[in-house]
Design a protein around this ligand. Structure first.
Ligand code: CTP
Length: 448
């Protein structure tokens, strides 16, 4: 089963991550139903009509989630300017643990030609599954499928073998007012998931504009609470225990999952190199990454990716709101609260565990609790003499992972919004109206 979800994924947030999680879950469910039926058929073949049906489920998935990422030019044409350029949006989407592959530069509109390419071809995962089933299937079933699947061996590379397309339950219109998903709907290949409430790019853009605007970088919280805009800062997202459990659950990958395979190889190679060169004694290294992880972005992904290559386990210590909002920090308060900040880290494939609301400093206790072997601070400048003392005492290495390609500083992102203020404000107006309409007509819709 190959599930497709497309989108802009601008300022890729945990609402997008939850959409991707649900899309993959739809595929897993349909895959499961198909495999169960296949097992039943198998029993029927073997044991005859009176056999009791067995409903064994396969333990490894063959489901893959393919994400189409809309180009910068297409977003500008259909929605207004993107905040985050395509390269960074791709980096963030690839880091979400439910994603198996991405297609870049996809059109905003699902044109007949593009839909044709999406649904054409049979992916290698399906071919493998087919080969296994060949051994057990009836002769009739075999001959029918052989013909159809044999053709797929010659599938051109730009055909994607997609089985269904998933989108959130918010309407998605083209600039001419028509439904962007009309074709897959007509073909019966469209599935819908519940949009995650309380988070959106629109909301984040508003917060970024306020942050960039405030003369002291957003420290003046009294301004926003008295000018009527304070609502923007109140989180509407409900962090439930089940949501955290869904995000933290182990993901099962198909043997052909492209991103997972590449990621595994990179990490294995990195660790082998490290052990060869440094003659490391410790085979169970734990990297503890301390930071705010506010407005999670490509810079954070790059940081966590590097940590995951250097250590066997990566723990994100998402600093508690109480530390980040205290006057002593001399820093602007975070734009997202600690639960919101933690959700993006939990959804990241490079992170093995998350401390939700961690202390801002490394302590003896933390070193022992998590068996920390290395510590990284999101911002090197924040390392204190006390941190160094604790690390020295506990034999913990302080790794300096500087910004490389992508900036982790939210002010860099906020300045992009500020630089295109007029365009963003126009976009905000349109989007806020459609979001308000969504909440207005809202009723209960079950999630995947
Ligand atoms: N999505 C979601 N919950 C959100 C935001 C987005 O389920 N809070 C889903 C959308 O419904 C879509 C996918 O994520 O299926 C990609 O969304 P995208 O194209 O990036 O844009 P928007 O729907 O406009 O989302 P946002 O307002 O956050 O940009």
């Amino acid at each position: 089963m190959r599930v497709y979800m497309d989108g802009c994924f601008d300022l890729a947030h945990f609402g997008h991550a939850n959409a991707l999680r649900q899309a993959r879950h739809i595929g897993e469910k349909e895959d499961d139903a198909f495999n169960t039926k296949d097992d039943e058929d198998e029993d029927y073949e073997k044991d005859g009509k009176n056999a009791t049906t067995r409903t064994t489920r396969t333990t490894t998935t063959t489901c893959e989630l393919v994400v189409g990422i809309v180009s910068d030019a297409e977003i500008a044409r259909c929605k207004g300017p993107p905040v985050v350029p395509e390269e960074e949006r791709v980096k963030c989407v690839k880091a979400v643990k439910w994603v198996d592959d991405v297609i870049t530069n996809v059109p905003y509109e699902l044109t007949p030609e593009f839909v044709e390419r999406l649904f054409s071809g049979t992916h290698v995962a399906s071919r493998r599954f087919f080969c296994t089933s060949l051994l057990f299937s009836s002769l009739l079933f075999l001959s029918f499928l052989t013909l159809s699947r044999y053709v797929s061996l010659f599938t051109p590379a730009d055909e994607y073998g997609i089985d269904c397309i998933v989108h959130g339950d918010d309407p998605c219109y083209l600039p001419d007012g028509t439904d962007a998903y009309a074709i897959p709907k007509k073909l019966g290949k469209y599935r819908e998931i519940k949009r995650t409430e309380g988070v959106s790019t629109t909301d984040l853009v508003a917060r970024l504009l306020e942050f960039a605007d405030s003369s002291d970088g957003g420290k003046d919280t009294t301004k926003s609470s008295s000018d009527g805009n304070s609502k923007r800062h109140e989180s509407r997202f409900c962090t439930t225990a089940s949501r955290i459990a869904q995000f933290a659950a182990k993901v099962s990958y198909s043997k052909t999952s492209k991103i997972h395979t590449e990621d595994k190889q990179r990490k294995r190679k990195g660790k082998e190199e490290k052990r060869k060169n440094v003659n490391a004694k410790n085979n169970d290294t734990c990297c503890y990454v301390v930071g705010a992880f506010d407005v999670f972005n490509a810079g954070h992904v790059e940081l966590l990716e590097e940590c995951s290559v250097a250590a066997d386990k990566v723990i994100c210590a998402v600093i508690a709101d109480e530390y980040l909002t205290s006057d002593q920090t001399n820093q602007p308060p975070p734009m997202l609260n600690q639960s919101e900040r933690a959700m993006s880290a939990i959804a990241c494939r490079h992170c093995d565990d998350v401390v939700v609301g961690a202390p801002a400093r490394i302590t003896d206790d933390i070193c022992k609790t998590f068996n920390v072997t290395a510590v990284v601070f999101e911002d090197d400048a924040s390392i204190t003499a006390q941190d160094r003392k604790v690390c020295e005492k506990n034999g913990v290495e302080i790794l300096s992972v500087r910004e490389k390609h992508f900036s982790r500083k939210k002010i860099t992102i906020a300045k992009r919004v500020q630089a295109n203020r007029a365009l963003f404000e126009a976009r905000q107006k349109r989007k806020m109206a459609s979001e308000a309409a969504y909440y207005e007509q809202k009723s209960f819709v079950a999630e995947e």
